[in-house]
Design a protein around this ligand. Structure first.
Ligand code: AP5
Ligand code: MG
Length: 189
């Protein structure tokens, strides 16, 4: 099994690069942001609970996220070759709990961290916001998401780095060039 955690700030290209990894390696793609937006669109009880949290650019509580992830991992098809975790874990607590879930299944995950300059992140997200319909693609919420990323998600990188499972990637440049850089890392795993 090949489990990859795509880490990186909002707008760093996690969703974009996940599509290439799925195409090249046939992994399952779990975007927690997409999953939560699906819950909001269907107006499920969970969706109603998380709607205003996401609109404000804050993180959904860890207990809610872990229940979602636990269910997802338990329901993976037996034929799954591995998972791309896109946007999860986002706190050290989530990372510790994910590791326990994976260890239980004799598996592990490696982090690929996409580095993009802040001006570029904001430009990409404002640009996407023209058509995305996402409640969080506006300047005020983008800035909040970046602040939350630095405070709560960056420490996840140090956590995996100490375990020797951390790989930084230059996330500036063309989508194709970045995809090649990611492929080089995955090929070496
Ligand atoms: P989530 O949906 O994960 O949003 P995010 O992390 O803010 O990231 P984005 O989806 O905005 O960006 P991306 O890195 O996927 O970039 P993309 O490929 O789209 O999470 C949303 C919210 O859900 C969170 O704020 C939180 O509230 C909640 N949530 C989710 N997971 C959670 C968790 N684990 N715990 C708690 N809460 C959670 O690219 C961006 C744009 O740039 C696109 O338009 C793309 O076309 C363009 N682009 C991509 N690459 C390039 C390039 N190389 N050059 C130019 N443009 C590019
Ligand atoms: Mg995304």
């Amino acid at each position: 099994m090949l489990n990859i955690i795509l880490c990186g700030a909002p707008g760093s290209g996690k969703g974009t690069q996940s599509e290439f990894i799925v195409a090249n390696y046939g992994l399952e793609h779990l975007s927690t942001g997409d999953l939560l937006r699906h819950e909001i669109a269907s107006q499920s009880p969970l969706g109603q609970k998380v709607d205003s949290i996401i609109s404000k650019g804050q993180l959904v509580p860890d207990d809610i996220m872990m229940e979602l992830i636990g269910n997802y991992i338990d329901n993976l098809p037996a034929t799954a070759k591995g998972v791309i975790f896109d946007g999860f874990p986002r706190t050290v607590n989530q990372a510790e709990q994910l590791d326990l879930l994976l260890e239980h299944k004799h598996q592990e995950a490696h982090v690929i961290d996409l580095f993009v300059e802040e001006d570029e992140l904001i430009e990409r997200l404002l640009n996407r916001g023209k058509t995305s319909g996402r409640a969080d693609d506006n300047l005020e919420t983008i800035q909040k998401r970046l602040e939350v990323f630095h405070q709560q998600t960056k420490p996840v990188c140090a956590y995996y780095s100490e375990k020797g499972k951390y790989h930084a990637v230059e996330g500036m440049g063309t989508i194709e060039d970045i995809s090649h850089r990611i492929n080089d890392i995955i090929a070496a795993l």
